[in-house]
Design a protein around this ligand. Structure first.
Ligand code: PGA
Length: 254
């Protein structure tokens, strides 16, 4: 089967409302309804401004995190329902920066994904090994641990992003064969939890120094179904070029 590529831009802590508006006004004319699925993930504070612009367009909005409870005394947190209310349809969970700086664990990441799905959002669950873990030959063991909770999730509202920590923001992307090896393992994990059919439909994105110049060769791999793009997504022309490369993958004969 052919999975529709998913290209998501993770703006991280960049983008005020005015910048968001101008960015999206430039991006929208370049995104085709029948092309790859396109998601932009601005900071929480720009979601409402972004929603006004993307409404009715093929560009979907994602948030960068959500809490695992639906409501309660959790000062500073944002629930998935709140994100849905302002127009988000996706949310990133378990990003390595959340794991590194904010105490995210494999368990909390999956709990957040479950909360997102309860609010009818799609969850993009981020996983990936550190450099030390790769050098220690632990990559697949780490991915196995990070996907233990998959069985509690709905595969229909899920994407997995394989983001090796050593490739994020470093300019050193994984090679296509390193990505494919990890993605094939993740699809096998999905098969174990969800069965063959759902695993076949699941999009597994690659993230970590994706750029217009390297995305085509990554997407050419059998199990690489899209990209989660950080730095390069902040430039409209670069992000559009990445979307175009994914559109090319849809029409290729692979
Ligand atoms: P990068 O970030 O593209 O800047 O490496 C990817 C990410 O953190 O999702």
């Amino acid at each position: 089967m052919t999975r529709r590529p998913l290209i998501a831009g993770n703006w991280k802590m960049h983008g005020d409302c005015a910048w968001t508006q101008s960015y999206l006004e430039q991006l929208l004319p370049q995104v085709e309804a029948n092309g790859p699925e396109v998601v932009v993930c601005p900071p929480f504070t720009a979601l409402a401004a972004a929603a006004v612009i993307v409404v009715g367009s093929p560009v979907a909005l994602g948030a960068q995190n959500c809490h695992w409870e639906d409501k309660g005394a959790f000062t500073g947190e944002v629930s998935a329902a709140m994100l849905a209310e302002v127009g988000a349809s996706w949310v990133l969970v378990g990003h390595s920066e959340r794991r590194q700086y904010f105490g995210e664990t494999d368990e909390t990441a999956v709990s957040r994904a479950a909360a997102a799905q309860r609010a009818r959002l799609g969850a993009i669950l981020c996983v990936g090994e550190t450099l030390a873990q790769r050098q220690g030959g632990e990559t697949l063991a780490v991915l196995e641990r990070q996907t233990r909770g998959l069985g509690g999730l709905d595969p229909a509202r899920l994407a997995i992003a394989y983001e090796p920590v050593w490739a994020i923001g470093t300019g050193h992307n994984a090679t296509p064969s390193q990505a494919q090896q990890a993605h094939a393992f993740l699809r096998q994990r999905a098969r174990e939890h969800f069965g063959d059919e759902a695993a076949r439909h699941l999009r597994i994105l690659y993230g970590g120094s994706v750029k217009p110049g390297n995305v085509a060769e990554l997407l050419a791999e059998e199990d690489v179904d899209g990209a989660l793009v950080g730095g390069a997504s902040l430039d409209v022309a670069g992000f559009s070029a990445i979307i175009q490369a994914a559109a090319g993958r849809m029409t290729s004969t692979r």
